[in-house]
Design a protein around this ligand. Structure first.
Ligand SMILES: [Fe+2]
Length: 412
């Protein structure tokens, strides 16, 4: 039976949790064993309970952040008593004289893993060209008009498939007060903080090799093979957004390959290539008058367990083999095979950029590229920016609070 939550049990954050009464609580050494009616359970350590109670001398009631310096933890701290109150909340007493109450819904969200980074964020679904013919497309005008459900659907599709598209995003629009703002800036403002790089916070892709446009082969009419941007960084940008503001040229289609599908294929079918790509390091570098970025790593970088996949596959900045000379021939052949597969029609899709299209994609998972075009045949102007994974995942969690029925976390 769901009983009303007493307003007097704050949690160590600013969410409001559904009230899910505890069924049992018992001391088990330095832990408290907790169970709920739905079968979930949690073993909560004494020090963790002590620092998680919202009260002076534990979690600060104003900031909702912990205030106990771990150096000050009492080695002899023990739990002297536990009980459930009439509403099913947990009351704990400690040997240092401190006592407090914990919200059973907050404890339940820990017991069920809802506090984990991967909770709420949809899982990736890898795809081949047969399975995904075009980017899942959403209504950019609705997103700009404040439709949070449409924005959430766009962001979730971007995480699941590695790319998604908004249509009908104007090049510029007026904000309240008649301030003009770029469509790309207006959309990414709704998501989170943009990541600045040596390209600038927002940049153009345009066939103009002069002035500001001399910094990349992207600013030519040449074909760009499948690649991921900025492998020269310790953590390359998470998501990339490209907004087409003008396009009158023939050709220049966008190309996209799910790098996670290539990784899965290589691991299963071509283990020698997979081994070379995941274990042999290269030095990536990007030099200009004012910059000198470098990083060393494998082309398929799995990172620490739980990290997102990072593909380092931009050949214009892959500089030096960083491996035993005996390994260099197989490293080059593996790189060749990887880029062949990146453009293989089994894996790669293509679509034109229409003015108003704004495509968001995972820059560390997807391989993007474009067909060649004739710069003299018209104008092709994209505006681009980066927004890191953290920002997108944070926005999804915030939108999910308000737009997901039956969410356990219903605030703040
Ligand atoms: Fe690129």
């Amino acid at each position: 039976m769901t009983r009303p939550a007493p307003a007097t049990v704050p949690t160590p954050d600013f969410y409001h949790y559904r009230w899910i009464p505890l069924s049992t609580a018992s001391i088990d050494g330095d832990f408290v064993k907790l169970t709920w009616g739905d079968g979930s359970s949690l073993s909560a350590y004494s020090w963790w309970l002590r620092e998680s109670i919202v009260a002076d001398g534990a979690t600060d009631p104003t900031t909702r952040e912990g205030t106990i310096d771990p150096a000050d933890f009492d080695d002899s701290l023990s739990i002297t008593g536990v009980q459930l109150n009439a509403a099913g909340a947990l009351l704990v007493g400690f040997s240092d004289g401190f006592a407090g109450t914990l919200h059973p819904g907050w404890l339940h969200h820990v017991a069920t893993g809802r506090h984990r980074p991967e909770a709420v964020i949809p899982a990736a679904a890898i795809w081949t060209a047969e399975q995904l013919a075009a980017p899942p497309t959403f209504d950019g005008a609705a997103v700009l008009a404040g439709d949070g459900d449409e924005l959430l659907s766009f962001l979730e599709a971007m995480v699941i498939h590695g790319l998604a598209r908004l249509s009908d995003v104007p090049a510029r629009l007026s904000e309240p007060g008649n301030r003009e703002i770029e469509g790309l800036v207006a959309v990414t403002d709704l998501i989170g903080v943009r990541r600045d790089t040596n390209f600038g916070p927002v940049w153009s892709v345009k066939a103009e090799i002069s002035g500001d446009f001399e910094n990349s082969t992207a600013n030519t009419g040449l074909r760009l093979g499948p690649h991921a941007d900025l492998p020269t960084r310790e953590i390359p940008p998470g998501f990339q957004f490209l907004h087409c503001v003008a396009n009158t040229v023939g050709g220049g289609w966008s190309r996209m390959t799910d790098g996670a599908a290539l990784v899965a294929h290589l691991e299963a079918e071509e283990p020698d290539t997979y081994d070379a790509l995941t274990s042999l390091d290269w030095v990536f570098f990007n030099r200009s008058r004012d910059h000198d970025h470098r990083w060393v790593g494998p082309m398929i970088d799995h990172g620490a367990p739980g990290s997102p996949l990072t593909i380092r596959a931009f050949y214009p900045v892959r500089g030096f083999p960083a491996m035993d000379p005996d390994d260099i021939p197989r490293a080059y052949r593996a790189a060749k095979r990887f880029h062949q597969l990146g453009a293989d029609p089994r894996f790669q899709i293509g679509y034109p950029f229409r003015p108003g299209d704004l495509v968001g994609f995972d820059n560390r998972r997807m391989l993007h590229g474009r067909d060649a075009f004739d710069p003299g045949g018209g104008t092709r102007h994209l505006r681009g920016t980066y927004v890191d994974h953290d920002e997108v995942y944070s926005r999804i969690r915030v939108l999910a609070r308000a737009h997901t029925p039956n969410s356990q976390e219903v605030g703040p």
